[in-house]
Design a protein around this ligand. Structure first.
Ligand code: F0G
Length: 361
């Protein structure tokens, strides 16, 4: 593995790809694992890392899934691909279908997709359809199109997506010199990513690369937390949330399709799930930017918000070696960032005024 550049295709032997010539890639993966000493100090933690998936080609972890999923579509000779999305999946699929010359249909919940993501999907040339409903409604509709063979579905119900995303687990081990963190914390929406990463760690253990497994810890927003509710009850099934709501639009999902796999990951790793409020998410988003220089979208910041809450609750031990996954870039949702910030100072074009102002800042 050492000779290959870090990224999804470094782990080709772990990928269900028959013909490497069919690979569609934008050089996804190989994202930085930042050691966050400032934030660790602030939170009284021994060792904290942030795996920043915003550094992917379209700014989210979805690219890891799409490189494998669209490669599979290529192998199958598919001409039309599609997905439902809260934004990032559509941005990513639009890019990979552009690169492989496929027609791309995306279904979005009207008015609930962050600006950057919408701009990406449109600009890469996808046919963008906004529905008067939420993500769960959109997914149901696009699954029906897939069943009728009108398009090849690239939501995380497609197992090839998860095969790509499992490389987040591989890379964490790789970047920690083949050691395993005690805990991995990440946001959960449709619950594909937590399932995929767990699969990655398990495959590395089964093939003798690592000995231990991390505790998988999923974070949801207060207004969209069916997995958290199930975990608190020790239940094996979720009760869907009919009207999911949160500032973290990426994870505004009430009926996660991968819930059974996610619950298995949480229970069998000895992990947990917790919910955070929109206020806690914004606080964490600012804290990460201001202590470490890492700007992530609100959904991503929920992993940090969840860490803070679980520390306060005494669920997480301060000696644990923790990796938080930040799933999408801050520029995906400029509106949320501006709303959460103070207005810029405005002055006349006068150096004296500026100098006086500087003394006050
Ligand atoms: N973080 C971000 C930034 C996301 O975009 C998503 C999901 C998640 C976390 C949750 O991941 O669904 O695998 O549990 N976004 C999907 C989309 C739903 O359409 O872009 P998950």
């Amino acid at each position: 593995l050492r000779k290959r550049e870090i990224g999804v295709w470094r782990y080709l032997e772990y990928m269900p790809v028959k013909d490497p010539k069919k690979i569609v890639t934008l050089h996804e993966g190989g994202t930085p694992l930042y050691k966050c000493d400032n934030l660790a100090k602030e939170l009284g933690l021994k060792e904290l890392y942030v795996k920043n998936e915003g550094a992917n080609p379209t700014g989210s972890f979805k690219d890891r899934g799409m490189t494998v999923g669209v490669t599979r579509a290529n192998e199958l000779g598919v001409k039309v691909v599609g997905c439902a999305s809260t934004g990032n999946t559509s941005a990513s699929l639009a890019a990979y279908s552009a690169r492989s010359g496929k027609k791309c249909i995306v279904l979005l919940p009207e008015g609930k997709v962050a600006l950057g993501k919408l701009a990406q999907a449109m600009f890469y040339g996808a046919k963008v359809i906004q529905i008067k409903g939420n993500f769960d409604d959109a997914l149901e509709m696009v699954r029906e199109l897939a069943e009728k063979k009108l398009l090849y579905l690239l939501n995380s119900v497609n197992p090839f997506r998860l095969e790509g995303q499992k490389t987040i687990g591989f890379e964490i081990c790789d970047q920690l010199n083949w050691e395993v963190p005690d805990r991995v914390i990440l946001p959960v929406g449709n619950a594909g990513n937590i399932s995929a990463i767990w699969k990655g760690f398990k495959e590395f253990r089964e093939t003798g690369i690592i000995d231990e497994l991390p505790k998988m810890t999923g974070i949801q927003a207060e207004g969209a937390k069916p997995i958290v509710d199930a975990v608190k009850k020790g239940a094996k099934e979720i009760i869907p949330e009919e009207h999911p709501e949160t500032i973290a639009t990426a994870i505004r999902i009430g009926n996660p399709v991968n819930a059974p796999k996610a619950l298995d990951a949480i229970y069998s790793s000895g992990g947990t799930a917790e919910s955070v409020t929109d206020e806690e998410i914004i606080h964490a988003q600012k804290l990460l930017a201001r202590t470490e220089g890492i700007f992530v979208e609100p959904a991503s910041a929920s992993s940090i918000a969840g860490l803070i809450k679980l520390l306060d609750m005494g669920v997480i031990d301060r000696d644990e070696r923790i990796v938080c996954i930040t799933t999408g870039h801050g520029l995906k949702d400029p509106d949320a960032a501006i709303r959460a910030s103070e207005k810029p100072i405005e002055i006349e074009c006068d150096i004296k005024v500026l100098e006086k102002l500087l003394m006050e800042l």
